[in-house]
Design a protein around this ligand. Structure first.
Ligand code: P6P
Length: 342
């Protein structure tokens, strides 16, 4: 093979933009470019956020912004920046009809012409932000639905859709490297940001979650307040009932814990607790997108009653218990639930 061709082939990289366009041409030919243009708004915002995070200690962007968000949580300065970056980048995409953010009490709507505004996007702009000051990985999570052609009257019916209606979902983990993971319903793909170029490059093609892992992820300090079936299930993991020894790994940053789980297998659990009887994690912009990604990668996600993606939401900031991970571990949990025994 001539040298030039060898060199060319060895240097072929696929950027997120190219990949999204290919996915769109293959599976959303009627999107007419709006879907890829929409996703480019998200990737742009995350590149802005990662640039701020990388300079956090130098730019006085650490620490509290002095406000609390709709969840009653103290907003970190980077929370505010990340939220503004996503709102700004996505508001410029005229295919966006509604934006729902963890940081905003009410949905943000846009009075688009009927034929343009068609997507409803949910996002947690900077999940795990309380970890920022101690340099622990944080993340952005997003979920995309189609909305009605025209938003009329109460828009909540447009936004309160079950996760099975998602057309795409993804997250960016700002860790030792910045990685975008997304699905548009035809597999899961990961892209690592090349900081020298400022471009996301395909690094995890058709990502599949191992059928079984050897790590479980839960806040052990709360275990005594978990419902009994969760405590019995954890005992099974700790005592080798699933045929192998498990290690406990818990970062306390959902995107970091989930990213490890999708790559290495195992299970992440946020059960009902004394402090959060309905679970702490939010359905629409945390559990739904991660559940969609997990299912597309061959895993499972449940709230203990039903698959996460089958929950009919009743409130945009509602919380849910979450058990998500490899098929073997989650099916064993469901078995414990059905039989009420470990
Ligand atoms: P706990 C971060 O605040 C977060 O919302 C998720 O990123 C994380 O998984 C969870 O809370 C950690 O909660 O109660 O274990 O500190």
């Amino acid at each position: 093979m001539p040298i030039e061709r060898q060199r060319a082939e060895s240097q072929i990289v696929t950027t997120a933009q190219q990949h999204i366009l290919e996915q769109q041409e293959m599976h959303f030919p009627d999107a007419g470019g709006t879907f890829s243009w929409l996703l480019s708004g998200i990737t742009l915002a995350t590149r802005m956020v990662q640039a701020k995070i990388r300079q956090a200690g130098l730019l006085d962007v650490l620490g509290s912004a002095g406000e609390t968000n709709v969840q009653g949580e103290t907003q970190q300065k980077l929370d505010v920046y990340a939220n503004q970056a996503l709102l700004q980048c996505l508001s410029l995409r005229d295919s966006v009809a509604v934006l729902v953010s963890e940081e905003n009490e009410e949905p943000v709507t846009f009075d688009r012409a009927v034929q343009t505004g068609k997507y409803v996007i949910f996002f947690d702009p900077l999940d795990g932000s309380s970890n920022i000051d101690v340099n622990v990985s944080v993340g952005t999570i997003f979920s995309i639905f189609r909305g009605p052609a025209k938003l009329e009257g109460d828009i909540k019916s447009a936004v309160l859709q079950p996760g099975s209606k998602q057309v795409a979902a993804g997250y960016v983990v700002y860790g030792s490297s910045t990685i975008l993971v997304y699905t548009a319903g035809r597999g899961v793909f990961g892209f690592t940001l090349d900081p020298a170029v400022g471009t996301y490059v395909l690094s995890h093609d058709n990502l599949r979650m191992p059928q079984q892992g050897n790590m479980y992820s839960v806040n052990e300090a709360q275990a005594h307040t978990f419902p009994e079936v969760y405590q019995k299930y954890l005992c099974r993991l700790r005592t080798g009932a699933l045929g192998r020894e498990y290690s406990s790994r818990y970062v306390g940053s959902l995107v970091a814990d989930f990213h490890r789980t999708i790559l290495k297998g195992g299970v992440f659990i946020y059960p009902p607790t004394k402090g959060y009887p309905n679970g702490k994690l939010r359905l629409l912009y945390e559990a739904n997108p991660l559940a969609f990604i997990a299912e597309q990668a061959g895993g499972l996600a449940t709230d203990g009653q039903r698959p996460i993606t089958e929950i009919q939401p009743h409130e945009i900031h509602q919380r849910t218990p979450l058990v998500v991970g490899s098929r073997v571990e989650v099916e064993d949990f469901l078995h414990c639930l059905r039989n009420g025994t470990a």
